[in-house]
Design a protein around this ligand. Structure first.
Ligand SMILES: CC(C)(COP(=O)(O)OP(=O)(O)OC[C@H]1O[C@@H](n2cnc3c(N)ncnc32)[C@H](O)[C@@H]1OP(=O)(O)O)[C@@H](O)C(=O)NCCC(=O)NCCS
Length: 238
């Protein structure tokens, strides 16, 4: 998730010990459908279970458009040496406070092998190492222990519960809010590789005058709007 995305000419490939994280293509349609047509995957998510492959295609196109607009990066997770997409990881970013919002989903056949922990660590390292991001936020519904574990293993701190913050599938949801700050990691100070155009916005609108809870709320609210747009594109919003 590159806040310095204007400088990013190519999609950032990420390699880990077992995984290759690459860009999504329309050839991934069946694999994306396999993930989001499974109610076990969508159970804790603010997306409805996909019913047909054209919806999966729309999801891919929405993520591709997000990258082209320079408003987010969504990586296709593959095992090294194979091309099959087994999961997605990434999110959007918010220039006003140099933050990013992370989410991820994995094909159920691959759960509990440490795959998402490995993918999230790579995305976090990229985000802090190659971009100006200061904070990464992630939220999970309180009933999702696997996602909580992934975030803990990746070094995120649990900040508390946003009561009734989520609303989807007809119900309000309590969300656990997690964050990882650049200064929590071993990378350098926040301003080091922030492009001037972004650094100049620090302390500007929505930052200096905003308390920490307000900043979290603003980030999550923006993400909610982005997700809503995505679901409208994918035809999955209810
Ligand atoms: C959340 C998800 C991405 C995790 O992916 P994964 O590759 O299985 O995660 P990992 O194997 O890296 O880690 C999972 C951890 O959760 C733990 N876990 C899994 N199910 C659990 C449960 N029911 N109760 C407690 N812990 C659980 C695992 O034991 C593991 O922890 P450990 O390494 O300490 O043993 C995957 O379960 C998924 O796609 N779920 C559906 C979509 C979703 O919830 N997305 C996240 C939305 S915020």
């Amino acid at each position: 998730m590159a806040l310095a995305g204007a400088y990013m000419r190519e999609f950032p490939l990420l390699e880990t010990e077992h995984l290759l994280l690459r860009s999504l293509t329309l050839e991934d349609e069946a694999d994306v459908f396999a993930i989001y047509s499974n109610p076990e995957v969508t159970r804790f998510r603010d997306v409805v279970t996909l019913a047909n492959k054209s919806q999966a295609r729309a999801v891919i196109q929405a993520f591709q458009a997000e990258f082209e607009r320079d408003s987010g990066v969504r990586w296709a997770i593959t095992e090294r040496g194979t091309s099959r997409l087994i999961g997605l990881c990434g999110g959007g970013w918010y220039r006003h406070n140099l933050s990013a919002l992370l989410s991820y989903d994995l094909n159920q056949h691959y759960w509990n092998r440490g795959i998402m922990t490995e993918a999230v660590r790579a995305v976090v390292a990229y985000t802090f190492g190659h971009a100006g991001t200061n904070r990464i936020t992630a939220t999970t519904v309180v009933e999702n222990p696997a996602s909580r574990q992934v975030l803990r293993h990746a070094g995120f701190q649990e900040e508390g519960i946003l009561r009734d913050w989520g609303f989807w599938k007809g119900d309000f949801k309590d969300l656990r809010c997690f964050s990882l700050l650049r200064k929590d990691t071993s990378t350098a100070s926040v301003t080091r590789d922030v492009p001037d155009s972004l650094a100049n916005r620090r302390g500007g609108e929505g930052v200096g005058s905003c308390s920490r809870p307000c900043g979290v709320a603003a980030t999550v609210a923006r993400t909610a709007r982005a997700c809503y747009q995505l679901k409208m594109v994918a035809g999955t919003h209810k």
